[in-house]
Design a protein around this ligand. Structure first.
Ligand SMILES: Cc1cc2nc3c(=O)[nH]c(=O)nc-3n(C[C@H](O)[C@H](O)[C@H](O)COP(=O)(O)OP(=O)(O)OC[C@H]3O[C@@H](n4cnc5c(N)ncnc54)[C@H](O)[C@@H]3O)c2cc1C
Length: 505
C-alpha cells in the first residue's frame, strides 16, 4: 500500500547510527521513517565490547579528534541513560620490557584525563599490584598497573531506547522491513521496502535518504541503488567469549598482548566474564559472522597468559561475533584502520540527496547524528536545533548517582520482587520499570514464568513497547536472559510469542 505523502527523511538500518539519527531528526520536527530488515541491533550494534570509551589505543594512531570527541561523550551519555550506561574502572597492568613503555601509557592516560571534559569520572591512579586486590586473580607478572575510567553500555538496549524515543517523537519505525530499491524521482526518492515476514511490498516517498546500514552500507549501495564497484568500508570481524566468572573485582582488565593487540576481561552480567576482542578482515553477510576455532584459541590462550586460573573452552557459555564497518582509509592492518566516521552526501537541489554513513562507534553515535543532521539541514532545509545533549532516553530520567535509590524504590513498591530482579529491571527499563510492572500485587500477577526471572508481563511489554517479535529479540538483545534460560525454555518463549502475534480469528 503506497503512502503518497512525501516524508522528509528515510533511514535505512536500525543499528545505533540509524536509530540515533532518526531520534535526533524526529526531535527536531522532521517527518521520519526508519526501516530495519531484521531486529534493532541485530547487526554490529549488539556485538561490541560495550564500552563507552575514548579509545586509549587509538591515540597510538594519532586519532586525537575521535578520542577527544569520544571522551567528551562519556559523561553526556551516562547522564542521558544512567540505567544502561555506567562508569567502569579499568586496570591496565604493565611490566618492565613490555611492548609499550610506562611513560607512553602514562602520557596517553594524562591526555585521557585532561582533554575529555571529565567532571564526574575519577582520574587515573597507579596501583601496586602486589597489594591491590586486582592483582590477586593475576599471575605474578606485574608490579604495577594504571587504573583509569571509562564507561560501560548495554549496547542493544541503547539502540532500542533510541528507536523508542524516535517513535515517541513521531517517527514511523518499521522492523523486519528490508529496503529493496531506491529510485530518484526528481526531487524525492521512491523507496521500496519488503516486509520480511509477509513478503508484502510498499513504497515510501522521501526527500532525503540516509544509508545507515553499517557493514551492509556498500551492499545497499550496490543492491538498492544499483551502484557499481563500491568499496567504502573495510569489514573487520571481532569476536568475544563469555566465560564463567573469573574474578570478583568490579573492575575490568586491559591486557597488552605481545602481538601488539589488546584484550579486555570485563565483569559481565554478575556471573560471567566477557573476554575480547579479535580483528580480522571479513567477507560475507555480517549477520552470518561466527567466532572461529582460531579466535577461540587466541582469546583463551591470551587470557590464560594473565590469569592464575586458565581460561579454557570448557569455561565458555556464549560467544558472539560482529563486523566493524570501518571507513576504508587504505591501512594495511585491520587493527590500524581508522575508527572515525565519515559522512558523505550525494545529490543537490535538483537531485534528491542521499547521505551515506561510514564507520562510527557506539560512543560517538550522538555526535555522529548531530553531524548527520547538519548535512540533512544543508540538503533539505534546517528544522529545529541541536537538542540531544542534556536530553534523557526513555527510563533514564534519574540522576547518575541515583541508581541504587531507584532500585530501592522499585523494591518498596513491589515487595514480592527479589532484589536481584528489581535491580535487573531498573538496569533495563529505568523509571519505566514501574509502568512495566503496573498494578501487579503478587508474583502471580506477573503471569507465565518463562525461566530465570523472566515473566509474561515483561515479554508483553517488550512486544508492545520495544518491537520484540522473536525469543532471540527478548533473550539476546532486549535482555540477556538467554544466558540463564535452557533451550527448551527458549523454544517455549518463541512459541508463546508467535501465538501472541497471530491476529485473533
Ligand atoms: C567487535 C566489536 C567491538 C566493538 N566495540 C565497541 C566498543 O566497545 N565501543 C564502541 O563505542 N564501539 C564499539 N564497536 C563499534 C560499534 O559497535 C559499531 O561501530 C556500531 O555498532 C555500528 O553501528 P551501525 O548502526 O553503523 O551498524 P549496525 O549496528 O550493523 O546496523 C546496521 C543495520 O542495518 C540493517 N540493514 C542492512 N541492510 C538493510 C536493508 N537493505 N534494509 C533495512 N535494514 C538494513 C542491518 O540489519 C543492521 O541492523 C565495536 C564493534 C565491533 C565489531
Amino acid at each position: 500500500m503506497a503512502d503518497d505523502a512525501v516524508k522528509d527523511i528515510f533511514v535505512i538500518g536500525g543499528g545505533i547510527n540509524g536509530c540515533g539519527i532518526a531520534r535526533d531528526a524526529a526531535g527536531r520536527g522532521y517527518s521520519v521513517v526508519l526501516a530495519e530488515m531484521k531486529d534493532f541491533a541485530s547487526g554490529t550494534s549488539s556485538a561490541s565490547t560495550k564500552l563507552i570509551h575514548g579509545g586509549l589505543r587509538y591515540l597510538e594512531h594519532y586519532e586525537f579528534r575521535l578520542v577527544r570527541e569520544a571522551l567528551m561523550e562519556r559523561e553526556v551519555l551516562w547522564a542521558m541513560a544512567p540505567h544502561v550506561i555506567w562508569p567502569m574502572r579499568f586496570v591496565l597492568p604493565f611490566h618492565k620490557g613490555g611492548i609499550r613503555p610506562a611513560w607512553l601509557i602514562r602520557l596517553g592516560l594524562f591526555l585521557y584525563d585532561h582533554i575529555g571534559g571529565r567532571k564526574l569520572l575519577p582520574a587515573t591512579r597507579t596501583l601496586d599490584m602486589r597489594r591491590d586486590p586486582s592483582g590477586k586473580p593475576l599471575k605474578n607478572l606485574f608490579d604495577k598497573a594504571f587504573e583509569y575510567s571509562d564507561g560501560w553500555v548495554d549496547d542493544a538496549r541503547l539502540v532500542v531506547l533510541n528507536a523508542r524515543d524516535a517513535a515517541d517523537r513521531g517517527a514511523d519505525i518499521r522492523v523486519g522491513t528490508r529496503v529493496v530499491s531506491a529510485r530518484r524521482e526528481n526531487a524525492h526518492w521512491d523507496v521500496e521496502t519488503e516486509n520480511m515476514a509477509s513478503g508484502e511490498r510498499d513504497v515510501v516517498k522521501a526527500r532525503m535518504l540516509v544509508n545507515a546500514s553499517g557493514p551492509w552500507v556498500d551492499k545497499v549501495l550496490a543492491g538498492a541503488f544499483g551502484q557499481n564497484d563500491v568499496h567504502n568500508v573495510r569489514l573487520v570481524q571481532g569476536s568475544h567469549i563469555v566465560v564463567r566468572r573469573k574474578f570478583s573485582d568490579p573492575r575490568a582488565y586491559f591486557f597488552q598482548n605481545p602481538d601488539g593487540r589488546i584484550i579486555f576481561a570485563i565483569p559481565y552480567q554478575d556471573d560471567f566474564t566477557l573476554i575480547g576482542t579479535t580483528d580480522r578482515d571479513y567477507v560475507g553477510d555480517p549477520h552470518e559472522a561466527r567466532i572461529s576455532d582460531e579466535e577461540i584459541d587466541y582469546l583463551c590462550r591470551s587470557a590464560s597468559e594473565y590469569f592464575v586460573e586458565p581460561v579454557t573452552r570448557d569455561d565458555i557459555v556464549w560467544t558472539y561475533s560482529g563486523v566493524r564497518p570501518l571507513f576504508d582509509d587504505g591501512a594495511s592492518k585491520a587493527q590500524e584502520a581508522t575508527r572515525d566516521y565519515v559522512l558523505k552526501v550525494d545529490g543537490n537541489s535538483q537531485k534528491a540527496p542521499l547521505l551515506n554513513v561510514f564507520g562510527g562507534k557506539l560512543t560517538t553515535y550522538r555526535r555522529l547524528a548531530e553531524s548527520a543532521l547538519e548535512k540533512i539541514g544543508e540538503a533539505i532545509g534546517e528544522k529545529g536545533r541541536k537538542w540531544t545533549a542534556g536530553s534523557r532516553l526513555p527510563g533514564g530520567d534519574f540522576g547518575t548517582g541515583e541508581f541504587d535509590k531507584e532500585v530501592a524504590r522499585l523494591a518498596q513498591l513491589y515487595p514480592f520482587v527479589t532484589s536481584a530482579h528489581a535491580r535487573r529491571l531498573i538496569r533495563l527499563y529505568g523509571t519505566r520499570a514501574t509502568r512495566l510492572l503496573g498494578g501487579a500485587k503478587t508474583i502471580e500477577d506477573l503471569g507465565r514464568h518463562f525461566g530465570s526471572d523472566l515473566y509474561e508481563i515483561e515479554v508483553r511489554w517488550l512486544m508492545a513497547e520495544e518491537w520484540a517479535r522473536h525469543a532471540d529479540d527478548v533473550l539476546w538483545r532486549r535482555t540477556k536472559r538467554g544466558l540463564h534460560l535452557t533451550a527448551a525454555e527458549a523454544e517455549a518463549l518463541e512459541d508463546y510469542m508467535t501465538k501472541a502475534l497471530q491476529p485473533p480469528n
